[in-house]
Ligand binder design. Structure first.
Ligand code: TYD
Ligand code: MG
Length: 489
């Protein structure tokens, strides 16, 4: 008898290999390969390749031979979207749910994935959608208890507590729901595979089956995946390439807010975020994250400055804090919370070299207050301003917002969507903006300024003088050297 064929997968990224490898060539992770059975083509949809062919079969109405078609001959259909009614979630999904799509919601255990998707199921069913919530982790009673905490559920929401995917598949075929939530993919299994639920083989097989169901029955399926640090349970990373949309739920241990980020989205913008706060009765939307992030910001304190950052399509204002203090260690300490550690080290080196400030005798601590992680370089200038403000022990006056990228020669470089950042800060009542000179003089910014000036002139003429005309003073900087005069005067 032929031995069952096996293949190896990287636990971190899902890379497939015929033999075991010490280091993954794709994601460079060490010792990440696990063995899983390679399913035969006839059994269906295990590997990504066979998944594609089966999905294609479904799309083509079961045609087995596929021929190339001219792009111009394909009739374009605008994908139909159904709004959920939770604005933060709708935006992250790109404007609502799409029929026939598979959405993966990943995150650490306990972050609130089940809560969010149960709330979503409630909203959808209240709007008349048929929703099936498959719980592989909790009993019906437990789901009911959670639902009771979240409020009233009036619509046609059905729940099944099951982990055998074949039973779930027939439940879906019988009840014909519009939306299915599978909580969680790591508890699901198919009896045909010998491996345990949660193993790479099972997780991939069950996801591929769910993909086929979603495409062939034109329903939207949400799957929950726990992020696992180590061990034999496969994390959502191995599924990212198989699904249409990947959302990650992030949060900080110290703050009650949660960020839902679209890491991949075939039907919308990636990197869009939605902000929620975990409350006693489920997740509440945070419609103005800037206000939330800046709550409790001190007035007139050295080392504290507001940065205009961009998350997806939204400008979010965050407070960047710095503390520069004389060190009593041989090697000065540098810590960074919320900003990239290496980037902070680089900015400190630029300040030392270009401004001649000796920071090697100082500990430097950087903190993005509120717990948000900022990865874009547009926060550089705010970090530099915060460090200088703490170093010179001089506060930045109220109402100032900063953005800009800093290069190795100390030059301040243009960033994307400068206009949106200025607009976002203006809306939050800020009156001065320290920004790259190149952005200030750019054509789009000049047009924007002209537009604003005209608007305020019209307003002044049209209304009484008591209408305070709000404006924004733009201060263009081309090198961080220009900043020193702010602090030495
Ligand atoms: P849960 O959705 O079960 O997390 P996950 O599915 O990602 O593992 O959320 C669990 C946490 O949320 C738990 O610590 C309790 C808390 N919680 C609230 O604070 N308020 C609520 O209304 C609910 C339902 C949960
Ligand atoms: Mg859960």
């Amino acid at each position: 008898m032929l031995k069952d064929k096996t293949v190896f997968f990287c636990k971190e990224c899902g890379y497939e290999s015929a033999k075991w490898l010490g280091q993954c060539p794709a994601c460079k992770a060490w010792d990440s390969f696990v063995e899983a059975p390679a399913q035969s083509k006839k059994r269906g949809v295990s590997s990504a390749a066979s998944l594609k062919s089966s999905a294609r079969g479904a799309i083509n109405g079961g045609l087995t031979r596929n021929v190339p078609v001219k792009l111009s001959d394909i009739v374009s259909v605008k994908e139909h979207r159904d709004k959920i009614g939770i604005e933060e979630l709708d935006r992250v999904l790109g404007g609502g749910i799409v029929k026939g799509s598979l959405v993966l919601v990943g995150g650490d255990p306990g972050i609130g994935k089940s809560t969010l998707l149960l709330q979503m199921s409630g909203k959808l069913s209240d709007n008349g959608k048929k929703v099936l919530y498959v719980s592989g982790e909790e009993s019906l009673k437990q789901v009911k208890l959670r639902a009771d905490r979240l409020g009233e559920f009036k619509g046609p929401l059905s729940i099944i507590s099951e982990t055998d995917l074949d039973i779930i598949e027939s439940a879906i075929e019988n009840s014909e729901p519009d939306v299915v939530v599978v909580d969680s993919i790591q508890t699901m299994y198919r009896g045909e595979l010998d491996s345990a639920p949660g193993s790479v083989g099972q997780v991939r097989e069950t996801t591929a089956t769910l993909m086929r169901i979603a495409k062939s029955l034109e329903i939207t399926i949400f799957i929950i995946g726990h992020v696992t640090k180590e061990g034999t349970v496969a994390g959502p990373k191995v599924l990212e390439h198989m699904v249409d949309t990947v959302l990650y739920f992030e949060g900080s241990d110290f703050a009650s807010y949660r960020i839902l980020r679209a890491v991949k989205n075939r039907f919308g913008r990636s990197n869009e975020i939605g902000v929620f706060e975990m409350e006693g009765a489920g997740l509440a939307e945070v419609k103005n994250p800037s206000e939330y992030m800046l709550a409790g910001m001190p007035d007139n304190e050295p080392g504290s400055i507001v940065a205009a950052t961009l998350e997806g399509t939204r400008t979010i204002l965050v407070e960047v804090q710095s503390l520069v203090a004389q060190t009593n260690m041989n090697i000065p300490r540098r810590t960074s919370t919320g900003a990239d550690y290496n980037r902070v080290g680089l900015l400190i080196a630029v300040i030392e070299k270009r401004l001649g400030i000796k920071l090697s005798f100082c500990d430097v601590f950087i903190n993005i207050a509120g717990g948000l992680r900022i990865n874009e370089p547009a926060v550089d200038l705010a970090i530099v301003v915060a460090i200088l403000s703490s170093y010179y022990n001089k506060p930045i006056e109220k109402g100032v917002v900063v953005f800009g990228e800093v290069g190795l020669t100390g030059e301040v470089r243009a960033v994307t969507q400068a206009k949106d950042r200025v607009e976002g800060a203006l809306k939050m009542g800020y009156s001065q903006c320290i920004m790259p000179e190149a952005d200030k003089t750019s054509r789009s910014m000049q047009n924007y300024i002209k537009e604003k000036v005209e608007q305020s002139r019209e307003r002044k003429m049209g209304e009484a003088a008591n209408n305070k005309s709000r404006g924004m003073k733009l201060i263009g900087i081309s090198n961080i050297r220009d900043l020193v005069s702010f602090f030495q005067s």
